[in-house]
Every structure is written in C-alpha cells, then in structure tokens.
Design a protein around this ligand. Structure first.
Ligand SMILES: *[C@@H]1O[C@H](CO)[C@@H](O)[C@H](O)[C@H]1NC(C)=O
Length: 193
C-alpha cells in the first residue's frame, strides 16, 4: 500500500512538473532548440546562439540526430548536401583537431560523411542530409553561409513559467513507421500529442 501511495505521489508530481524552454525555442526530447533559416557565417551563428544563452548544435546520439532532422524538415530548412544545411558547434579554429565549441570537448557522435573532414582550409563543420547516410558532418569554410540551430537544456519546474520562458511546444513526429511525441511519455495520435 505504501508503495502504491508512493507511486501515486510520484505520478502526480510528474503530471504538474512542466518542461519549459526559453522564448523562441521548441522542445525536442530533453532539449530546447532555436532555429533560424537565415544563412549566416559560422561566427554569426555562434554569436546568435551565445546571445540566447545557448550552444550551437551538436548531436549526442542517433535519436537526437533523427529528432532534429525531422524537426528541421517540418520547418522547411533546406538540408540537402552540400550547399545547404545548418552549422554545428564543431570547428578546428586555432586547434589541431575538430572539437566542440566552446569547451573544446571531443565530438560525442562523429558522423562524418565518407571522406570528411578533408581540406585544411575548411575549419568549421556543417551538417546536411545525404540520401544514403542521413544527416552527416562535413567541414567547410567558416565564412560560408548556413542556417542556424541553437540548443539548450529544457527546464522542468512546477508551476507557471518565469517571464523569459514559455511552455515547451509538443510536436508529433514520424520516425520510420512510428509516430511519437517530443515529450517521450506522451503518445501521438492523428498528428497531435
Ligand atoms: C578552446 O580552444 C581555443 C583555441 O585553441 C582557445 O582559444 C579556447 O580558449 C579554448 N577553450 C577552452 C574552454 O579551453
């Protein structure tokens, strides 16, 4: 009985704790993402993300790669390699190898396209979609122009949002043959969570 009551308490706590994202960010999985279709240089993209207290995109695993890819598709962000895509946090500016900005950590999920990285003058990394491999990384000149994706952790809190937050929007995704919600505990039906 005590165990049952304990579980009920946890359930009711879960049901009132809500995930929030900063204004302008959408929730996907456990993170919040901001997307701008405008194509800008890597430095400008970095400045945009920093001004929003967030980091540039970097994929941690395959699930995040798929979620972000599908989200960008729903926003009609051009992703086809090689002349479109979005910047990532990865570069080798003043470094001997490609590392994740700003902490210079190693790339968590290195999904380089075949033959990449290649040219030494290409010091920033963009992600785009190949028909055969899905979203991949490739190095490119930092003053090339790609769209911007910023990311930050979502904030779980009980009660109303602070001024700078909004309730994280729910999105219904199709992944392979399955539909599911960006909030993993909810189900997706008829395009709605
Ligand atoms: C990352 O590397 C760059 C280039 O070497 C350096 O300027 C920067 O201070 C490093 N950042 C950290 C957090 O160590």
């Amino acid at each position: 009985m005590a165990l049952l009551l304990g579980s009920l308490c946890i359930l009711s706590l879960l049901s009132i704790a809500v995930a929030y994202c900063p204004m302008g960010f959408a929730i996907l999985g456990s993170k919040c993402y901001y997307v701008s279709k405008n194509a800008v240089t890597w430095q400008e993209a970095e400045r945009i993300c920093r001004s929003k207290d967030s980091q540039m995109l970097v994929f941690n695993d395959d699930q995040e790669r798929m979620l972000v890819r599908n989200y960008l598709k729903t926003l009609a962000i051009p992703l086809q390699c090689w002349y479109s895509g979005v910047w990532t946090a990865i570069n080798e500016l003043d470094k001997k190898e490609f590392l994740v900005h700003p902490l210079n950590t190693s790339i968590p999920y290195p999904i380089w396209a075949p033959g990449q990285p290649d040219k030494p003058e290409q010091q920033c990394v963009s992600t785009c979609e190949l028909t055969t491999d899905g979203m991949i990384y490739h190095d490119y000149e930092c003053d090339a122009k790609y769209s911007v994706v910023c990311q930050t952790d979502s904030i779980y809190r009980v009660g109303p949002p602070k001024n700078s937050m909004q309730m994280a929007g729910q999105l219904c995704f199709q992944l392979n043959n399955f539909f599911y919600c960006t909030m993993m505990q909810q189900s997706c039906q008829g395009g709605n969570c």
